[in-house]
Design a protein around this ligand. Structure first.
Ligand code: PAF
Length: 282
């Protein structure tokens, strides 16, 4: 059974003890409902550190008013078992009151400028403020040496890199590869919202990202590739928020099609909003 800690003093004691003993502490923040993708983050943290802490906290401040906070899947027992099996030493399970002692409305907020205004930020106003606010708190609570985040949330990773550097946490950030189902669908807790009819169609997102990569690598202008991707996904029954080709710092490539690129898609299939991305060279 995994060591589960719910109060901040105990967490601090445990981690400080490890640090005093010269052990390197790794950290994997999550919102629970863990799948093979999360377990791979824990295994990667295990490779980078002597002890691994994972947090499970469904953060209310990163959900918009019409988003899925209330129905976000909560599976605490399975999460604890999966974390232990993946090699996690401690599960940090804060309550909302521990995370936000002054309540969500009274909380000191962290806002990362620039990178949060585009793509996900434009479609989910306030989302990245909630992410940056809770990740800053988690970093302060856990005080790890290294933290692992998935590349699937590409823009989130960029936001956290900025946050870590600007607030000088001194935490090494490691980006983990996206884990996919056999048909290419990126693993996500939200995949379980898909109906049996929608599930096979969801693989179209990864296929579209691959087509975007081939288009750009074949010399097509980004704008044309993006328009084709929107058409393809719309024809497959998606409601598309964006299909974009960007430099890896998320700035539009403009006329210059050379260098490292990332194709990103966010689209809704029925009630389920899915995001994915693919990095490539041109
Ligand atoms: O990626 C997630 O699961 C969440 O956004 C995170 C980083 C745990 C913050 O709540």
């Amino acid at each position: 059974m995994i060591d589960t800690v719910r109060d901040l003093d105990t967490l601090r004691d445990r981690v400080a003890g490890w640090t005093r003993a010269g052990l390197r502490v790794g950290f994997v923040p999550t919102m629970g409902n863990l799948h093979a993708g999360h377990h791979s983050l824990v295994r990667l943290a295990r490779e980078q550190a002597d002890r691994v802490v994972a947090s499970v906290f469904v953060n209310p401040t990163q959900f918009g008013p019409n988003e899925d906070f209330a129905r976000y899947p909560r599976t605490p027992e399975a999460d604890a078992d999966g974390l232990a099996a993946a090699g996690c030493d401690l599960l940090w399970l804060p309550s909302v009151e521990t995370m936000y002692p002054y309540g969500a409305a009274g909380a000191v907020q962290v806002r990362v400028p620039g990178v949060t205004d585009v793509l996900e930020g434009a479609h989910r106003p306030g989302h990245f403020d909630g992410v940056a606010t809770v990740v800053a708190r988690l970093f302060n609570q856990v005080r790890p040496h290294v933290a692992v985040f998935g590349r699937k949330d590409y823009q989130q990773l960029a936001v956290i890199r900025y946050l870590e550097r600007d607030l000088a946490f001194g935490i090494e950030l490691v980006a983990a590869p996206t884990i996919r189902e056999a048909d290419g669908l990126a693993m996500s807790s939200r995949n379980q919202y898909l109906s049996p009819d929608e599930r096979p169609r969801a693989a179209e997102i990864h296929a579209t990202l691959q087509a975007m990569r081939e288009g750009v690598q074949g010399g097509a202008p980004s704008e044309a590739v993006e328009a084709q991707a929107v058409q393809r996904l719309t024809a497959a029954g998606f409601d598309v928020d964006y299909a974009a080709v960007r430099r890896t710092d998320l700035i539009p490539a403009g006329g210059d099609e050379r260098g490292p690129r990332v194709a990103l898609v966010a689209a809704r299939l029925g009630r389920t909003r899915l995001i994915d991305n693919l990095e490539f060279e041109t």
